[in-house]
Design a protein around this ligand. Structure first.
Ligand code: ADP
Ligand code: MG
Length: 316
C-alpha cells in the first residue's frame, strides 16, 4: 500500500536526515517507527503525506507516486495525529471534529451523525462531550478527540507522531489499548512513531528500528528481540529491557508434558537469556542447581509491552 524506494531527505544539503530508506507497508498493517531522538522518524512520517518534500527517491501509495496525487486528495486519504493535539481552543469538541467533514462537504445532519459515531469510537459520551471546549477535557480525552478527528474523513491511512508521549503513564496505557481495539475494528493502515521501544513492541505488527536516518531492522517484535539484525538493535533492545529486568519476576511453572533440555541460572543477565530465547520458546531456570521453573519468550515479550505502564524507556 505504501512503498518507500530509496528515499532520502536532507534539510541542509550537508547531511541526510533520512538516508536511502526502502520499506513496504501493507494494507491494514500497524507499523511502528522507533529509534533515538533525531534518527529521522518524524521526517520519514511527514514525507508520506507530503508535509516534507523528499530529496531523493520515490514514495508510492497504491501503486501511484505520492507526488502525482493532488495534495488535497492525498491529505484526505491520510489522517495525521500529533503529540500535542492542536484542538482549536475556542471551538467545541463537535466543531473541532466537524472541521474535516465540513471541508469535504458533508451535510449538517450527516456531520452530526459522524461526530456522534466518532465520539463513541473515542469512548466519550456524545451527549456529555459534544458541546464542551477542549480545556474542559483531560489530556487523555483531548488526545482521544485528536485520534478520532484524524479519522473523520475515513482515511485509509493514519499517521501518528508520538501521540501518547505527553500523557501520564496510566492514560497512555489506556490509549494504547484502545488504539489496538480500534485498529481491530476499523483495520486502517497505521504508521506510528515513538521513541519508546516498549510502546513499539506493544502496538506494532512490525517495528522499524531507525538510527541516524537509516533502517537498522524492520521485523516483528519477536524477530527483533530474538534475531537482532545489528549491534545497534541488540544494544537498543537490551538497554531498554535490562533497566528493570530480573528473571525472578518472570518465572513460570513448567507444564508436566514439557521437558526442557537447557537450564540457565536465575541470576543470568538479559543478554544470555535472549540468546536462549532466540532458538527456544522457553528455557528452564535453575537456582542452587535445582530447576525451579521456566521463562518463556512470550512472557518476555509481554514484559516488554507492559513496561510502557511504568513510563517507557527514555524517561526513567
Ligand atoms: P526524530 O523524529 O526521529 O526525532 P527528525 O525526523 O525530527 O527525527 O529529525 C531528523 C534529523 O533532521 C535531525 O538531525 C533533526 O535535527 C533534523 N531536522 C529535522 N527537521 C529539520 C528542519 N526543519 N530543518 C533542519 N533540520 C531538521
Ligand atoms: Mg520526531
Amino acid at each position: 500500500m505504501i512503498r518507500f524506494e530509496e528515499v532520502s531527505k536532507s534539510y541542509d544539503m550537508s547531511r541526510l536526515a533520512v538516508d536511502s530508506v526502502s520499506l513496504e507497508i501493507k494494507r491494514g498493517e500497524f507499523l511502528v517507527l522507533v529509534g533515538p531522538s533525531g534518527c529521522g522518524k518524524t521526517t520519514t512520517l511527514k514525507m508520506i503525506n507530503r508535509l516534507i518534500p523528499l530529496t531523493k527517491g520515490t514514495i508510492w501509495l497504491d501503486g501511484k507516486r505520492i507526488s502525482d496525487y493532488p495534495i488535497h486528495e492525498l491529505r484526505w486519504q491520510i489522517g495525521y495525529v500529533l503529540q500535542q493535539i492542536a484542538l482549536f481552543p475556542h471551538m467545541t469538541i463537535e466543531e473541532n471534529i466537524a472541521v474535516v467533514p465540513e471541508l469535504v462537504g458533508l451535510k449538517k445532519k450527516d456531520i452530526r451523525a459522524r461526530v456522534t459515531e466518532l465520539l463513541e469510537m473515542a469512548g466519550l459520551d456524545p451527549d456529555v462531550y459534544r458541546k464542551r471546549k477542549p480545556h474542559e477535557l483531560s489530556g487523555g480525552q483531548q488526545q482521544r478527540v485528536g485520534v478520532v478527528r484524524a479519522l473523520a474523513a475515513d482515511p485509509d491511512i493514519l499517521l501518528m507522531d508520538e501521540p501518547f508521549s505527553a500523557l501520564d503513564p496510566i492514560s497512555r496505557l489506556k490509549l494504547q489499548e484502545d488504539l489496538l481495539d480500534l485498529q481491530n475494528r476499523i483495520q486502517k493502515t497505521i504508521v506510528f512513531v515513538t521513541h519508546d521501544l516498549q510502546e513499539a513492541f506493544k502496538l506494532g505488527d512490525r517495528v522499524c528500528i531507525m538510527n541516524e536516518g537509516k533502517i537498522e531492522q524492520i521485523a516483528t517484535p519477536q524477530e527483533i528481540l530474538t534475531k537482532p539484525a545489528s549491534p545497534f538493535v541488540r544494544e537498543f533492545t537490551a538497554s531498554a529491557a535490562a533497566r528493570t529486568f530480573s528473571i525472578a519476576d518472570h518465572i513460570e511453572e513448567i507444564p508436566a508434558d514439557l521437558s526442557l533440555s537447557f537450564a540457565i541460572p536465575i541470576d543470568s543477565e538479559w543478554g544470555p537469556l535472549l540468546q536462549f530465547l532466540a532458538s527456544e520458546d522457553q528455557v528452564a531456570i535453575k537456582q542452587d542447581g535445582q530447576v525451579i521453573g521456566m521463562v518463556t519468550r512470550k512472557g518476555i515479550l509481554h514484559f516488554l509491552a507492559e513496561q510502557s505502564l511504568k513510563g517507557g524507556t527514555s524517561n526513567e
